[in-house]
Write a protein that binds this ligand. Structure first.
Ligand code: ATP
Ligand code: MG
Ligand code: MG
Ligand code: MG
Length: 477
C-alpha cells in the first residue's frame, strides 16, 4: 500500500480510508496515543493504539525516537488541537530507540546542548522548523533569480585569488602520498600546494561572477564560502553559504534596488509558504523573551517583524551622513560608544551599525558611498576621489547582511588601485582582461545566507541555522 506523508494525512482528503504512514515517535502516552512525525510538516499525526491487539515486544519498542510504519483507518479526532487520527491496525517497528540512551527526549533541551548533537537536533521541532524555512528560502532565491532573467553560475571553490584581501583564507594542501607516512613528530606530511600552485578555498565567488556577468548579463552564485574567522561571534562561521548576484550595466542605485526587492521577495515567500513553522518559531521566541527584562525584549513579534520588512522601504543613507548621526548620538546610559567615531574614514563597528538600524532609523538601512580606504580594491571610485560606490545593508538584530558595490570598470583606475595595495597584476591578469575587452558599468552584492536565515527564523546564533556549523571549536561532524 502507498504510504502517505503526515502532511497529506492532515490535509483531510483521506477520511475513513485505510492509510499507511512512516515516521518517528515524538511521544507515546498511556500505552495508547502515539504522536508520529515524519518531517513533512510541524504537526504530528496521532495514532490510537488498542494495546490489547499488540504483543508486548512491539509495545516495548514504541519509544520516543523509534521509527515506525503504522497502518489503520483515518478518522476525525476527538482530541483537542488535532483534526485527524489513525485507528491503528498494524505497526511495524523499523528501528527502536533506547530511552536510556536516546538524547532527544520530549522535554525542552537547550540550544547549547543540541549543538553538541548536531546529527540529531533536527529531530526537535525547533530545528526541523528552522531547516524547513532554510530550504524554502533557498528555493525562493533560485525562483526569484530565474523569474528575473538571471543565470545560475557555479564559481570555483578552489581558487588562486583573495577577492576580499582580508587574509582570512584556508590554504589547500595535497596529501603527499596515498598512504602517507608519519614524520618524526608523528604528523602526516602535506605538500604546501595544490599540484605545485598556491591555492585557497574561495572567500567569495564575485571576481569569477564578474567574468560571467560580462557575457551572460545577469548571473548569480549560491554556494559555500570559507573564511578563517579568528573571532568567535554569533554572526560568523568558517563555512557559510553566500548568494552573489552580478549584473552587467547596473550602477549602484540599480544594485540597491535589486537587493531590496530580492530580500523582500524571498522573505515574502516564506511568510506565504511556511506559516506553521514561523508561528511555532515566534511562539518559542515569545516564551524565551518572557525570561528577559522588559527593556531587552523586542518590540515586534517575529511575523510582524518579517511583514514590516517586506512592506516598508529600506532607509538609504550615505556613510558621511551616518558618521554625522553617530557623532551626535548618545547610544546608551554612558552616552558613549565603545569605539568612538571621531573621524571621517573610520570603519563602522557592529555597535554603530546596530545603533543606526535599531535605535535611530528603526528599519533596515542601506549605507552607501564608503571611504575607499576601508573597502576592497575592486569598488568603483567616485568623482570625489575618496569614496567608493559601496553599499552595506544592515538589518535589525543582525547587523550587516549584505555587502555590495558597483565595480571599477576603468582599467587605469583599477591598476592604480591595485598598485597602491601591492596586489600584483600577474595574479589578476584575467580580471584585468575584463576591463580591456568590452568593459562596462557593472555591480553586484554578496548576501550571507545564514544571516538571512537568522533574521527570518528569529534565532540568535548563526550556529543554529546551518546543519553542521563550522567554527573554531566545531568541525567534528
Ligand atoms: P562582517 O563585517 O560581518 O565580517 P564582511 O564585511 O566581512 O562581514 P563581506 O565580505 O561583505 O562580509 O561578505 C558578504 C556577506 O557575507 C556579509 O554581508 C555577510 O552577510 C556574509 N558573511 C561574511 N562573513 C561571514 C561569515 N564568516 N559567516 C557568515 N556570513 C558571513
Ligand atoms: Mg568579515
Ligand atoms: Mg563588514
Ligand atoms: Mg562587507
Amino acid at each position: 500500500m502507498k504510504a502517505y506523508s503526515v502532511k497529506e494525512l492532515l490535509e483531510g482528503n483521506l477520511l475513513l480510508q485505510e492509510v499507511t504512514v512512516n515516521g518517528w515517535v515524538k511521544t507515546f502516552r498511556s500505552n495508547r496515543f502515539i504522536a508520529l512525525n515524519d518531517g513533512s510538516t510541524l504537526a504530528n499525526i496521532q495514532c490510537v493504539v488498542d494495546f490489547e491487539n499488540f504483543d508486548q515486544e512491539t509495545l516495548r519498542q514504541i519509544n520516543t525516537g523509534a521509527a515506525l510504519k503504522v497502518s489503520g483507518t483515518l478518522t476525525e479526532s476527538q482530541g483537542r488541537g488535532q483534526s485527524f487520527e489513525i485507528q491503528v491496525e498494524e505497526i511495524f517497528v523499523h528501528g527502536g530507540a533506547d530511552p536510556e540512551a536516546y538524547p532527544i527526549q520530549p522535554k525542552k533541551h537547550s540550544l547549547e546542548f543540541l549543538r553538541e548533537k548536531a546529527h540529531l537536533r533536527v529531530r526537535t521541532n525547533t530545528f526541523a522548523a528552522i531547516m524547513r524555512v532554510r530550504s524554502a528560502l533557498s528555493f525562493a532565491i533560485h525562483q526569484y533569480f530565474r523569474q528575473n532573467g538571471f543565470y545560475y553560475f557555479h564559481a570555483p571553490i578552489i581558487t588562486g585569488s583573495d577577492a576580499e584581501g582580508a587574509g582570512e583564507m584556508f590554504r589547500v594542501t595535497t596529501l603527499s602520498d596515498k598512504n602517507p607516512k608519519l614524520n618524526d613528530q608523528g604528523n602526516v606530511d602535506y605538500k604546501e600546494d595544490f599540484f605545485g600552485k598556491e591555492t585557497n578555498l574561495t572567500v567569495s565567488g564575485q571576481l569569477e561572477a564578474e567574468a560571467y556577468a560580462m557575457a551572460l548579463g545577469k548571473v548569480y552564485t549560491f554556494g559555500p564560502t570559507f573564511r578563517a574567522e579568528n573571532s568567535n561571534t554569533s554572526r560568523h562561521l568558517a563555512e557559510f553559504w553566500m548568494i552573489e548576484p552580478e549584473m552587467a550595466f547596473y550602477d549602484l542605485d540599480a544594485n540597491m534596488d535589486l537587493a531590496e526587492d530580492f530580500i523582500k521577495n524571498v522573505i515574502g515567500y516564506v511568510l506565504e509558504n511556511c506559516a506553521d513553522d514561523l508561528q511555532f518559531l515566534e511562539k518559542r521566541l515569545l516564551d524565551e523573551e518572557k525570561t528577559k527584562p522588559q527593556a531587552e525584549r523586542s518590540e515586534m513579534a517575529l511575523i510582524e517583524k518579517l511583514k514590516f520588512v517586506t512592506e516598508n522601504g529600506f532607509k538609504r543613507v550615505s556613510y558621511t551622513e551616518a558618521i554625522d548621526i553617530l557623532r551626535n548620538s548618545k547610544p546608551n546610559k554612558k552616552k558613549k560608544f565603545q569605539y568612538a567615531i571621531d573621524e571621517w574614514g573610520a570603519d563602522l563597528q557592529s555597535e554603530h551599525e546596530r545603533y543606526l538600524v535599531e535605535k535611530h532609523f528603526k528599519c533596515p538601512v542601506i549605507l552607501f558611498d564608503y571611504p575607499a580606504k576601508i573597502k576592497a580594491f575592486y569598488m568603483r571610485l567616485n568623482e570625489d576621489g575618496k569614496t567608493v560606490r559601496a553599499m552595506d545593508i544592515l538589518f535589525p538584530g543582525i547587523g550587516e547582511i549584505v555587502g555590495g558595490s558597483q565595480r571599477e570598470e576603468r582599467l587605469d583606475v583599477l591598476k592604480d588601485k591595485m598598485a597602491d595595495l601591492n596586489i600584483p597584476e600577474e595574479e589578476l591578469w584575467w580580471y584585468l582582461d575584463l576591463r580591456k575587452f568590452g568593459s562596462a558599468v557593472h555591480s553586484g552584492f554578496g548576501l550571507g545566507f545564514e544571516r538571512l536565515v537568522l533574521f527570518t527564523t528569529g534565532m540568535g546564533n548563526i550556529r543554529d541555522v546551518i546543519p553542521f556549523p563550522r567554527t573554531p571549536q566545531n568541525a567534528e561532524f
